[in-house]
Design a binder for this molecule. Sequence first.
Ligand SMILES: Nc1ncnc2c1ncn2[C@@H]1O[C@H](COP(=O)(O)OP(=O)(O)OP(=O)(O)O)[C@@H](O)[C@H]1O
Ligand SMILES: [Mg+2]
Length: 248
Amino acid sequence: MIEMIGVKKAFGDKVVLAGVDLRIAEGECLVIMGPSGTGKSVLLKHIVGLLDPDEGDVRVDGTSVPTANQKAILEVRSKIAYVFQNSALFDSLTVRGNLIMGLPEGHCRKPEVDCEAMAQKALGHVNLGVDVLDLVPAELSGGMQRRVGIARAIIGERRYILYDEPTTGLDPVNATRINELIASVNRQVEATSIIVTHDVPSAFYLADRIVLLADGLVQAEGTPDELRTTTNPVVREFLDSAPTMEVA
Ligand SMILES: Nc1ncnc2c1ncn2[C@@H]1O[C@H](COP(=O)(O)OP(=O)(O)OP(=O)(O)O)[C@@H](O)[C@H]1O
Ligand SMILES: [Mg+2]
């Protein structure tokens, strides 16, 4: 379970998180929405200890991330996959090399580990063939790069998968494909996922529960159905300003 308890974070005078409480249950798919610059990426970075809160606590399976020692933080990170915005693949590595980076350090040197089989299995989950293994990212389309980014996240079969804006910048057809892929990964891998997006159709398609973050606080949370019918003015304003809501 991932918990954020009263998390506050400011950069200089700028308060970004003003006391965020969140709890993500095992197996859940939580979508975090909110306007640009509200601290969604900052929030994700707290979960893996890339940022520490000024106040409050972040716990992964009971371990307090901000106060964890080096060994404990590595253990926390070994449970979490992070799909960065724009895939963030290593340009100079082949797809195989990129996928192997998703495995724990030194994993492939263990004689009992068949890295090639793991890479092929991860590609299968994202509907890519083994023919891409020897290509470098520049030889792939943007949509394929996203899929490799997701394959790299799931190859290590980690318990938690964090997705930061997985569909931003993709055309609607590719965005839909990535959403279907995330939904299918959620079913197959039994991971707990947190997806940050400002794409309302994606959120409603993927989420078990949606959280709306604005002005440093959780303004609303609920199932897609609860949010769709809410009269909360902050939620209504956010949803009504989004382009479409038909995909549900
Ligand atoms: N390391 C940092 N140092 C200073 N300011 C930062 C740092 N990281 C983030 N910020 C600021 O925190 C605020 C929230 O940033 P964040 O990237 O979390 O927004 P976001 O909700 O993810 O936005 P978007 O939807 O555009 O990705 C921004 O004003 C940003 O400039
Ligand atoms: Mg962001």
